[in-house]
Design a protein around this ligand. Sequence first.
Ligand SMILES: C[S@@+](CC[C@H](N)C(=O)[O-])C[C@H]1O[C@@H](n2cnc3c(N)ncnc32)[C@H](O)[C@@H]1O
Ligand SMILES: [Zn+2]
Length: 267
Amino acid sequence: MIEILRHLRPGARVLDLGALTGSFPTDYCPGAVVVRVDLELPAPGTCEGFVQADAGCLPFPDRCFDAVVANHSLEHIRGLSAALGEMGRVVRPDGSLFVAVPDASTFSDRLFRWVYQDDSGHINPFCSADALAADITRATGLKLNTARALYSSFEYLNRYYFPAGTSWRLRAVGNGNRRSIIALSYATRRFDRVFHTRTSAYGWAFYFGNIREQIEQGSWSNVCVGCGAGHPASGLLASKLVRRRWLFFKAYSCPACGSLNLFTRDK
Ligand SMILES: C[S@@+](CC[C@H](N)C(=O)[O-])C[C@H]1O[C@@H](n2cnc3c(N)ncnc32)[C@H](O)[C@@H]1O
Ligand SMILES: [Zn+2]
């Protein structure tokens, strides 16, 4: 989404929809006004510019935002078509829109829903990038500029998210231990390279409307198990962050958070 945010003029308005505590740091768009909307109140003092509202009924005038970001939130929103309509109403016709969602047909999202069961919150099962992009264009009037594939970090298996000892499902997939998440992430990427499958796939990122820079199309399959940031394999190699570990394996320290990850080449 930074490709949209870093081109906004000073004073531009950005809506972060389904923000939780914020989908991006405000320094991605210095000088812009960021409004964070969520149904749930964040902990006091954790989210500047917060407005509590339902995505299907936004308390803002027509065409008042230069950009709208819905990062991993549309899959959670009940009444999706009302929310898409509201996004179209509040965004300027010459504005831009960023949407990232999981593909419900992937191994990663199925595993997520299996482990979290009723608490997954994934109530909109998107299975077609083309169908979702067409729905968004129909509702907002903004044309699709670029869609790119996203890969999973499997970070959602971290035991931090589970009250101690409550989930036999989590225990069955490594008990939320960081090493087992690193191993799963690596194994799915290796499996995909050998068998041309999509076990490491997460979903898609869509860029609609007025996008001023060329969006990178490469598949960044190295997604950090600590912070979820994706990095191109070529960039990790060029910045000499990749080192050989334990005989066969290569590993890198995430440039964003420093976490250890096993490295694979991109397709
Ligand atoms: C996975 S979280 C989003 C994470 C955040 N965008 C980020 O990038 O870190 C999904 C959020 O959507 C919010 N949400 C669900 N239904 C909503 C609605 N109808 N209106 C506004 N927010 C909603 C949830 O409360 C939750 O905080
Ligand atoms: Zn990281």
